[in-house]
Design a protein around this ligand. Structure first.
Ligand SMILES: [Mg+2]
Length: 194
């Protein structure tokens, strides 16, 4: 089975990286941090606090090398190696951050350093994942859309911001252990259907 795996929010701890950054910037508005919201700012925050927090998050996210410094999501490295060892064709499929000039090379280097030699060549950077072929896309974005009708089945990797109404009726895995069980079951389903 060909598995496409997103990086931020699935293999790389993007929220953790932002929170590390908020730790060394002024934090007067940090009580308004709310990761159930896509932009990380609570809807209850006063407008100026909301704008300040958004600005701060953007600044951290835009820092040169931000994407190279992210920690892997717990269980991701072992689980992805397990999928590859089990014979799955695993690729990373991620979108470069337009706010960060080192993002694209950081992502390739990040995969190479955390997953091992040769893995950097398994990184597909694209602004349209629907054009990439695969059986499964593991992605934290609740809806992945683009120019084509995707070939893959989208599995949502659980994050605080993707458990809302958009996730109803969709495949959603809680963590990497759950994702491994899903892939196993789904692979069996595909073989059964063939
Ligand atoms: Mg993501």
């Amino acid at each position: 089975m060909r598995i496409l795996c997103d990086l931020d929010g699935v293999a790389a701890d993007w929220i953790g990286g932002i929170e590390d950054g908020l730790g060394w910037l002024p934090v007067e508005d940090s009580e308004w941090l709310d990761w159930t919201q896509g932009d990380g700012a609570s809807p209850d925050a006063p407008d100026d606090a909301r704008a300040g927090l958004r600005r701060r998050i953007k600044r951290i996210q835009g820092t040169f090398g931000f994407y190279a410094a992210l920690r892997p999501i717990p269980g991701a490295v072992a689980a992805i190696h397990r999928l590859a060892d089990a014979g799955h064709d695993v690729w990373f499929c991620s979108t470069p951050d337009p706010l960060n000039e080192s993002c694209a090379s950081d992502k390739i280097n990040w995969v190479e350093s955390h997953f091992g030699e040769g893995w950097g060549e398994r990184v597909i950077l694209t602004h349209d994942k629907t054009l990439v072929r695969g059986d499964v896309l593991i992605d934290d974005k609740p809806r992945v859309t683009g120019a084509a009708e995707p070939e893959w089945t989208h599995v949502i990797f659980a994050q605080p911001y993707n458990g809302g109404p958009e996730a109803i009726g969709r495949w959603r895995v809680r963590d990497w252990e759950h994702a491994l069980r899903f892939v196993e079951d789904y692979a069996r389903l595909l073989v059964g259907a063939a």
